[in-house]
Ligand binder design. Structure first.
Ligand code: HEC
Length: 195
């Protein structure tokens, strides 16, 4: 009888305690998602600014140098100012440092399938709290779509020979060409440890 009571009490306590502990079990809270959206907006804006300026001043060849130098810097700065690890990744990536992990691969494959199925790419995003090595990690991703200009100059199917050569020089293992306008080029990705 007593044992039953103890057991029942334990179950009750668990039930009561569970919602607080499991608040971010799989579904992240809204503030965290809003912060991730703001962080990638900052990253996208920062990168675009550098890219447009470089394309205007020196065309794609010099813009390639600028991208290689500046993209990691802008990404670092945005990570520090947002308190989240922000970045870009792709199934077909240019910089091996942007290669996706299993989670990112899975989410991007789902984005591609959703877009193929008619989903509005601009509205797609994925937010989840996952467990990694016994710790909770917030993850957020959003597709990056290929626009005709200026993306295709460096990611398209028919690159100028000199652009192609420069890419090969800077990124001997490049996978990020052959895209068409409207293709998903990759995704923004955000990570944050949850205490
Ligand atoms: C001047 C050439 C150039 C143009 C134009 C350009 N990119 Fe890139 N892109 C690069 C380079 C170089 C990298 C690798 C940057 C690095 O080293 O981090 C890159 C990387 C990326 C990545 C990160 C994943 C990866 O492959 O490493 C994405 C996503 C991306 N570009 C999307 C775009 C989109 C979308 C556009 C059009 C708005 C665009 N790019 C226009 C040169 C370019």
């Amino acid at each position: 009888m007593r044992r039953t009571l103890v057991a029942t009490t334990a179950v009750l306590m668990l039930t009561i305690a569970a919602p607080a502990i499991a608040e971010e079990a799989a579904q992240p809270n809204a503030e965290r998602v809003a912060a991730a959206r703001a962080a990638i907006k900052g990253l996208g804006g920062g990168l675009k600014e550098k890219l447009v300026a470089a394309m205007q001043s020196g065309g794609p060849i010099s813009a390639l140098d600028v991208c290689k130098l500046e993209a990691p810097k802008v990404t670092d700065t945005q990570s520090k100012s947002s308190g989240m690890t922000v970045g870009r990744t792709a199934l077909k990536f240019r910089n091996p440092g942007n290669a996706p992990d299993d989670f990112e691969k899975r989410v991007m494959e789902k984005f591609v399938a959703d877009i193929k199925g008619g989903a509005d790419a601009m509205k797609l995003e994925h937010a989840e709290v996952v467990e990694k090595d016994g710790k909770k990690v917030f993850r957020y991703m959003k597709p990056i779509m290929t626009a005709g200009t200026p993306c295709l100059a460096c990611h398209g199917g028919e690159l100028k020979p000199e652009v192609s050569a420069k890419i090969k020089e800077l990124y001997p293992e490049d996978h990020a060409t052959g895209f068409a306008a409207g293709d998903m080029r990759g995704a923004f990705t955000v990570k944050q440890m949850i205490e």
